[in-house]
Design a protein around this ligand. Structure first.
Ligand code: PMP
Length: 403
């Protein structure tokens, strides 16, 4: 029997990262490759108590019943109240992870051939969600503060949306500063291009909270997405979006077709966990855990990469650090050599919509122990050194030349 597949299946790609994770599950590999939060931060006790409460409540059976597509009213209210601009709970839609928000937005906003704008580089999982709707994905030039406004304005006419990650971006860890946020939000309104603002990492700041979301400036022009994955646990598969009424309605229709609603039991448990200001006590513990790990990785990089021509940034929050190899080296080619030495990372290449910078790579600093960070970065440095040794003298001189 030959099955005839829909043409769009050609646009469905398995995440390079998922494929990679398989490789890094080999025993003994220190992995900076995954995008997983640290399980040490999962509040198991609080969940045990909340599950018990939900299951012994007078309406316990309701938690196991079908529920409305929009989500549990109490949870929608908590989400609305937690955001730093005035949000009506009616504009909140509880989603099955923010990944579902991306999928629903793609279904509601993209026609085949529609131009959509993304940062350079951008979150790979968003590209995977958008691609099956067959858009033309246009990368907007970006620097360490996010999209460059002039390039955005040049590419904006007719675009269906700009997909932006202003806080501790995946993959680069970078943050959009206040001035850039104001300029991007204004330019988007001027060009009549909606913004899809994805903010799963915003709470995970280290020294100071990031500037206010783009959505707080122009809520009518923004589809804002948040997640419980990084502040509670990703296995819950719960996130949310905030959208203007007409778009919210369309997204709700799309969600109804996708999964009717997000798990009612999980929504009740999360509402129970959150109701006494739990996140205000819990999230600071995640921040300090992750900050310590970032510092350990920065220290290891300074120690081990000295003289190798590798550069890296200093993320102010989140889970990822972005590094760049010297001229002449490719992160994709480095990976098998690094795995041989017992360490894995994600090459930057799949995060680019257009021309990729294959010298870049993403390092997650949150799941490894300090000892693993030290050993893993030393192994990575050894792999870089070995790759440099294979270059010709002229190539090595170019690699070592100041940028
Ligand atoms: N957006 C970004 C930028 C992410 O990094 C992730 C998780 N890796 C998601 C969305 C999806 O998160 P979830 O579905 O768990 O909320």
């Amino acid at each position: 029997m030959t099955w005839t597949l829909a043409a769009r299946t050609r646009k469905m790609t398995s995440s390079a990262i998922r494929d990679l994770l398989k490789l890094t599950e080999r025993p003994g590999i220190i992995s900076f490759a995954g995008g997983l939060p640290s399980p040490d931060a999962f509040p198991v006790e609080a969940f045990a108590v909340a599950c018990d409460k939900v299951l012994t409540a007078a309406d316990a059976r309701g938690s196991l019943q079908y529920a409305t597509t929009e989500g549990l009213p109490a949870l929608r209210e908590m989400v609305a109240a937690s955001l730093p601009w005035r949000v009506d709970p009616a504009n909140v839609l509880i989603t099955t992870g923010s990944q579902q928000g991306l999928d629903l937005a793609a279904k509601v906003l993209i026609d085949p051939g529609s131009n959509i704008l993304v940062e350079t580089p951008t979150y790979l999982g968003a590209l995977q969600a958008f691609q099956p709707m067959e858009p033309t994905v246009v990368g907007v030039a970006s620097d360490e503060s996010g999209v460059i406004v002039d390039d955005f304005e040049a590419k904006a006419p007719g675009a269906r949306f700009l997909y932006a990650l202003p806080n501790f971006q995946n993959p680069t860890g970078r943050t959009m500063d206040e001035a850039r946020r104001a300029a991007v939000a204004e330019a988007a309104v001027r060009a009549q291009v909606p913004v899809l603002e994805d903010n799963p990492y915003g709470e995970l700041w280290f020294d100071a909270p990031p500037p206010a979301p783009l959505a707080s400036r122009h809520p009518e022009n923004t589809l804002y997405m948040g997640s419980f994955s990084k502040v509670l646990a990703p296995g819950l598969r719960l996130g949310f979006l905030v959208a203007p009424a007409d778009i919210h309605y369309r997204l709700t229709m799309a969600k109804q077709a996708a999964d009717l609603h997000s798990p009612s039991f999980n929504q009740r448990v999360v509402a129970e966990v959150l109701k006494d200001g739990f996140l205000d006590r819990h999230v600071p513990t995640i921040r300090s855990l992750y900050q310590g790990k970032r510092d350990a990785m920065l220290a290891a990089l300074s120690r081990e990469m000295d003289g190798l021509g590798v550069t890296w940034n200093r993320p102010a929050g989140g889970m990822f650090l972005w590094a760049r190899l010297p001229v002449g080296l490719s992160a994709t080619a480095l990976l098998p050599r690094a795995v041989e030495k017992g360490v894995a990372f994600v090459p930057g290449e799949p995060f680019y919509a257009g021309q990729a910078d294959d010298r870049t790579l993403r390092l997650s600093f949150v799941t490894a122990t300090s000892a693993q960070i030290d050993a893993g970065i030393a192994a990575l440095a050894a792999a870089v050194r070995e790759s440099l040794d294979r270059l010709s003298t002229a190539e090595r001189d170019a690699a070592m030349a100041p940028a």
